[in-house]
Ligand binder design. Structure first.
Ligand code: PMV
Length: 328
């Protein structure tokens, strides 16, 4: 028997970085997924394979804890911590080893939530395999703990969207997560650079700026908050023009925080020139991705972005993590 769990990635529409300082944010689950397959092995080893990234590693477990190796970094870290989490929860111990096989449609380090999608899918597949009946809120919570454990800091945006799907509004201080109506089908395009985004470093650079120039940076964060609040209304009223304009303003504010790069800037302005009514960095910046909103000229914007970098159209995913069981 094998089990497969697939979980969507995400794109932040409004409020990245400001969310770290208790400001609200809006983000969507996207139709690009991480798919994790769990299969029993004939021996007692645990093997992880990530297709397309050349990762093929045995994990060494001692008392359910994965032993750190130098190459236990990145994706393997999220998988190892997810495995430890589920092992802690499982009373029924399996004698046989496991194959953990990951397929990714989400580019790594692109700010599109690949690590959260892998974590949520791994926890879901492993818990199902171990006959643990986890509820979605438990999956989201354990996955967020894994992200915090691996990264040190993380908002619950990514793990919430990978678990539940849809569009979410995260209120001030992450106190409440509201699912916004999904009868909205925006034409969104992602453009991403080969340069991976380093969320930790970017968050730190904004923190230093805020400390050095509080009277300048704090009003920028307040403005991002106002942009997000106004965007929430615009989404509910499906007001495309306002939404586009707010994305452009949010981009300018992110630029002022210092997380823009020449490559991201080039894509943002190229998207607008070729017909997008809104475009901005999405995620931490410093590399990674931009998001463009183009209700009328989606193909033109896609074509122009693909001339300079990688780009694809995204659809919102109303589905969160999904399970399937099969015979190997
Ligand atoms: O990790 P990314 O690139 O999806 O961006 C994270 C957004 C930040 O606000 C910068 C950090 C966070 O945890 O919300």
């Amino acid at each position: 028997m094998h089990v497969i769990a697939s979980a969507p990635g995400k794109a932040i529409l409004f409020g990245e970085h400001a969310v770290i300082y208790g400001k609200p944010a809006i983000a969507v689950a996207i139709d690009k997924k991480a798919r994790v397959k769990i299969r029993q092995r004939m021996d007692s080893k645990t093997h992880v394979e990530v297709h397309g990234l050349g990762i093929s590693e045995y994990l060494e477990l001692e008392n359910d804890v994965v032993q750190e190796k130098d190459n236990n970094k990145g994706i393997l870290d999220y998988i190892s911590k997810s495995l430890e989490k589920v092992n802690q929860l499982s009373e029924l111990k399996k004698q046989n080893g496991l194959d953990i096989i990951v397929d990714l449609e989400i580019p790594i380090g692109s700010g599109l939530g690949s690590s959260a999608a892998i974590t949520v899918a791994t926890i879901t597949a492993l818990s199902f395999y171990n006959k643990l009946e986890l509820k979605k809120d438990e999956i989201a919570n354990y996955a967020h703990q894994v992200e915090l454990n691996v990264q040190g800091a993380a908002s619950p945006i990514d793990t919430t969207l990978s678990t539940y799907g849809g569009v979410i509004y995260l209120s001030r201080n992450s106190e409440e997560i509201t699912h916004l109506p999904l009868n909205w089908n925006p034409s969104l395009i992602i453009g991403y650079t080969e340069r991976e985004s380093n969320t930790g470093k970017l968050v730190e650079s904004v923190r230093i700026k805020k400390k050095s120039y509080p009277s300048i940076i704090n009003p920028i964060l307040d403005s991002i908050e106002q942009v997000t609040e106004t965007a929430r209304e615009a989404i509910i009223c499906e007001n495309a023009e306002i939404l586009g304009e707010l994305m452009n303003i949010n981009h300018g504010l992110l630029d002022a925080l210092g997380v823009n790069t020449p490559e991201l800037s080039r894509m943002v302005y190229l998207a607008r020139k070729s017909g997008a009514i809104g475009s901005k960095i999405t995620g931490a910046g410093g590399g990674g991705s931009i998001i463009a909103y183009s209700p009328n000229k989606i193909k033109e914007v896609l074509r122009e972005l693909q001339r300079v970098e990688n780009a694809f159209i995204i659809k919102l995913s109303s589905l969160g993590v999904q399970m399937e069981v099969g015979r190997t």
